[in-house]
Write a protein that binds this ligand. Structure first.
Ligand SMILES: C[S@@+](CC[C@H](N)C(=O)[O-])C[C@H]1O[C@@H](n2cnc3c(N)ncnc32)[C@H](O)[C@@H]1O
Length: 194
């Protein structure tokens, strides 16, 4: 039998399919071309809601067009705003939050995610998670700024209190060019201290 270990985005998708179902509330912290916003909206169904963020108007337009074409525009609220405003703009608790860091392929790399605002956003996302909720973050250590972001997220995730969160990283160890890594954090308020 032949199989493939796949990539960080795929690992995130596998976990999210367990955490999210019809009616789910989800934050998409980086809407980009809207691929994630769309499949999350499809997963959440007609009663669900995706709150999606991007600093680029172009990303919001592309995402809106993609959702409209699929007939699911009503399932998403698109914010032309940085994800550092999650605390202020997301009006309810969510089942999952999803970040795919870096820049939008084909646009200005200067408009990439930044470690300072990423940390504000992932903390706000954890605050918005329901008990049992899941946060996934795909990070891209193959370039300098991405490496800094990955390392800061490692420190941040390691420091999360173990009674409240399970925090893990999944990464290739021996591949060239530092492929993307996945952080997955599960919130579990009722968990007993280990
Ligand atoms: C790798 S792309 C996201 C891909 C997207 N999830 C998709 O399915 O196409 C990263 C995105 O993060 C956005 N971004 C950068 N800084 C941001 C911030 N502070 N808040 C929200 N989005 C940001 C970029 O504009 C870019 O569109």
């Amino acid at each position: 039998m032949s199989f493939d270990l796949k990539s960080a985005r795929h690992w995130a998708e596998e976990l999210l399919r367990q955490a999210v179902g019809p009616g789910a509330r989800i934050i998409d912290g980086t809407m980009g071309n809207g691929y994630d916003t769309l499949w999350l909206a499809q997963l959440a169904g007609d009663e669900g809601r995706v709150y999606a963020f991007d600093i680029q108007a172009e990303a919001v337009e592309r995402t809106r067009a993609r959702l409209r074409e699929a007939g699911v525009e009503n399932r998403a609220v698109l914010f032309h705003a940085g994800h550092e405003r999650i605390a202020e703009l997301v009006p309810e608790l969510v089942d999952a939050a999803v970040f795919n860091l870096g820049w939008l392929p084909g646009t200005d790399k200067a408009l990439r995610t930044r470690v300072e605002t990423t940390l504000i956003a992932v903390n706000a996302a954890l605050d918005k998670l329901k008990e049992g909720g899941l946060l996934t973050i795909c990070a891209y250590p193959g370039h300098e700024e991405g490496r800094v972001e990955r390392d800061a997220l490692m420190d941040w995730a390691r420091a999360l209190p173990p009674q409240r969160y399970d925090a893990m990283i999944r990464a290739y160890l021996n591949q060239p060019n530092d492929p993307p890594v996945l952080f997955a954090i599960k919130k579990n308020l009722s968990k007993k201290p280990r």
